[in-house]
Ligand binder design. Sequence first.
Ligand code: T46
Length: 133
Amino acid sequence: MANYKLVDLKIMGDERGSLIALEGNKNVPFEIKRVYYIFGTKQGVVRGRHAHRTLKQLVVALKGSCDFVLDDGKKRVYIRLDNPAVGLYIEDMIWREMENFSEDCVLMVLANEYYNGSDYVKDYDDFLELIKK
Ligand code: T46
């Protein structure tokens, strides 16, 4: 699958601790228009279960861990996010599910567009139809 990648984020560490800077069109592969974060996810919950028609995002587990399932209609990959120095870049038209959230998990997501409900594809069969086109 070519439409996702793990991005190593450089840690600017010194004796006081660590700092990571995210910059649009530099270490983040798009201009950043929106940032949101997901926390307090209950045990056993599966989030996501949709694709986006055009949205591109970079996801970082700032704290704790969770598993991403990415599906391009042909193949499924499973990615554990548990390191604040690694970003998961997800392009458009990838089905995603997030599961196995640790209690302390905080996911930060950077997006290249403002929130738009009509960008979501929430039905898996519709997703499969759309990627055929
Ligand atoms: C994704 C994964 C990683 C807003 O009002 N504004 C926003 O920017 C977002 C992202 C959501 N919302 C509302 C829409 C829903 O009523 O917040 C509620 C929860 O959103 P959603 O069900 O989309 O959340 P997740 O965790 O299933 O998915 C989110 C992103 O939507 C999605 O793009 O890739 O996180």
